[in-house]
Ligand binder design. Sequence first.
Ligand SMILES: [Zn+2]
Ligand SMILES: [Zn+2]
Length: 69
Amino acid sequence: MSCRNICTIYRATKSYGGNYYGYGYKRCTDCEIFIKWNGPRCPCCHEFLRIKTHDAKTRKKDIKRKLAV
Ligand SMILES: [Zn+2]
Ligand SMILES: [Zn+2]
């Protein structure tokens, strides 16, 4: 799946000093934006969203979740 521009509805509008994750925003790597969304997947491209900055623990969890689906 790829970006269908639905994510722009949910996109982060302020910069928040770059600390999007701290404000509950999630990053979609496919759409390459931060969005405000409650689900684990992007409403636009249905990719899994990043909820924290890149650290090894989060990445491992993500891989586990992907394999479980
Ligand atoms: Zn998108
Ligand atoms: Zn997306």
